[in-house]
Design a protein around this ligand. Sequence first.
Ligand code: ATP
Ligand code: LTN
Length: 326
Amino acid sequence: MTRVFSGIQPTGDLHIGNHLGAIRNWVRMQHETDAIFCVVDLHSITIPQDPGSVGAASLRLSQMLMAAGLDPQVCTLFVQSHVREHAECAWLMECTVSFGELSRMTQFKEKADRQQFISAGLFTYPALQAADILLYDTDEVPVGADQRQHVEITRDIAERFNSRHGETFVVPAAVIPAAGARVMDLQRPTDKMSKSLDSPKGTVGLLDEPKQIAKKIKSAVTDNDNEVRFDVEAKPGVSNLLSILGAATDRDPESLAADYTQYGPLKVDTAEAVIELLRPLQARFAELEADPAETMRLLRLGADKARQTASVTLARAKTNIGLLEG
Ligand code: ATP
Ligand code: LTN
């Protein structure tokens, strides 16, 4: 069966972009593949985090993922720092990737520009990501387009390791959803909706209340020509609403446009569709939030399951490098 692995950082609450662009696909894939999903808390501390909230953020993100439909009985769901093999394997990856290769990573350049303190971990971030992926003999990595370069460098690391030390790692492929899976900010429809954009009015959180959702969508930026047409270049705001409505109702945004002549009804229907999409998810989250001990139990089981595979792969890598067995 195809092995799938993906990770997500506990750096803030999820929004409908994360859900429609990534997590919804993960929920589908868990039934069709052998799927492993990881809350990558060690990646999140490459940028300073508040010690009082970093653990809570991992718990909350895990509960949101479960509420969105990841079922720990069907897939493997765990927290990265609970499986120490990730940090140990990352060192082997750091010794397999070059300074030059890491220097070319666009995410590092972008994030470093925004930091006063640039940690060495921010620079070697892709080595840890390569460890995440390679420890599980992963075939496919479902991610957004922004992660393509990190999967490419993982492939290069795997191939180099295999040619230096003999067949050790499976070389994985990125799986990037169709172009439509890019939800834009409601207030700045030419920017991607993002946890870190700091645009609360433009971002619909998975846990936003129905009233808030309706208000945000009603005040979404459109344009003045009052024509409902799917044209991302010329009409980014209206096209974004059509994309969201289409994704939420499984319809094609271009054909949806024909159903509307005015922006008002399009907004009303989009808000209604998003509210209905999130309703069951919010109810499940409330139940999970009330019982953190049960979530912790499931995460520990997930980590135990993950460790079984990770420890075998790490041992193989150490043997193939030729380290003295302990
Ligand atoms: P940050 O702003 O902190 O980088 P983010 O909101 O962009 O966060 P990530 O945690 O980087 O989200 O991404 C989690 C997953 O959600 C990734 O696979 C990413 O491609 C996807 N994703 C994020 N934003 C969107 C969006 N606006 N539309 C579609 N998919 C998205
Ligand atoms: N860098 C990714 C998160 C991430 C990941 C992974 C994704 C860490 N490890 C392994 C896929 C596979 C991000 O910022 N979205």
